[in-house]
Design a protein around this ligand. Structure first.
Ligand code: NAD
Length: 267
């Protein structure tokens, strides 16, 4: 598989380049980023391999290096343009960039159909985080009072995280409204936003601090008990097994797929 890495000079992009360069099944053939254009990204990272130039124009890069797939870790502001360019040029896409809205997802689905290419959008490539979402969905069948705390490094642009939103959706799909006995009160927020944002009736709290990578806690409360599920990505390497799995599956999925769990084989 010939792979073009979009956002290759960023934290995630660099990790993807390092992963692919050591992979016998995949070849990094080009990169796209607004910084370091015309540089060989492999040389920049002290890696060995055939030249892999950074382009500052995605369409030009595609025409020049003819990739089979683009892996995108850029920014919510540019990701939709990248997806349209990629699919329009008949290249499969693996998208890790977060902050894509539900309206945008509908557009992506239409483009995948129109241009007959596959696109996998994954808000979290860490397999442990996907398992946490699954366990949270299961717990929601028994405990219906829940809040989500997501914690990320201070350079993250979007809040809450895509994972937190997806977790809230999964919990909502699985929750069986039952009386847990606790009495809801009319809350008074003395500090605006202190109870977090609310998705599907579930409060989500976003913490941004240096030193953090990507972490999430889902806390269920019941009468006289609580259940805390927590996942920590301490290093961006934690996302790479998921990226590798996505590269293995991208040619055989059908059109638009959302979430790593859809391609994880549990047998
Ligand atoms: P980063 O800022 O370190 O890297 C982003 C790169 O994209 C930079 O090199 C930047 O120059 C480039 N870029 C931004 N705008 C561009 C534009 N208009 N044209 C060309 N290049 C552009 O960020 P990061 O920490 O690597 O994260 C990137 C994205 O991946 C974010 O949306 C983040 O939330 C997401 N992320 C997803 C996962 C996951 O598992 N899905 C994990 C970590 C991060």
């Amino acid at each position: 598989m010939r792979v073009l890495i979009s956002g290759a000079c960023g934290r995630m992009g660099q990790e993807v380049v390092k992963t692919i360069v050591n992979d016998t099944d995949h070849l990094p053939v080009g990169a796209f980023d607004r910084i370091n254009s015309d540089h060989d990204i492999l040389k920049e990272l002290g890696l060995e391999g055939e030249e892999c130039l950074v382009f500052d124009d995605l369409e030009k890069a595609i025409k020049k290096v003819k990739p089979d797939v683009i892996v995108d870790f850029t920014s919510p502001e540019v990701v939709m343009d990248n997806i349209e360019i990629g699919l329009h040029n008949r290249v499969h896409m693996i998208v890790g960039t977060t902050g894509i809205t539900e309206v945008d997802m509908e557009k992506i689905e239409k483009w995948a159909e129109e241009y007959q290419r596959n696109i996998l959008v994954v808000p979290n490539f860490a397999i442990g985080a996907v398992l946490l979402m699954k366990f949270a969905a299961r717990a929601a069948r028994f405990l219906d009072q829940v809040e989500i705390i997501e914690l990320h490094h201070d350079q993250k642009i979007d809040a809450p995280s895509g994972t937190a939103l997806k977790t809230a959706d999964l919990i909502n799909e699985n929750i069986r409204k039952q009386s847990s006995g606790s009495k809801k009160v009319d809350e008074i927020e003395k500090l605006a936003g202190v109870r977090g944002g609310v998705k599907n009736g579930i409060n989500i709290h976003s913490v941004r601090l240096p030193g953090l990578v990507a972490h999430q806690e889902v806390i269920f409360g019941g009468e006289g008990q609580s259940l805390t599920l927590r996942h920590d990505s301490y290093d961006r390497k934690s996302f790479m097994p998921g990226v590798r799995l996505a590269l293995e599956k991208i040619a055989t999925i059908d059109g638009f797929v959302y979430g790593l769990e859809k391609i994880m084989d549990e047998s």
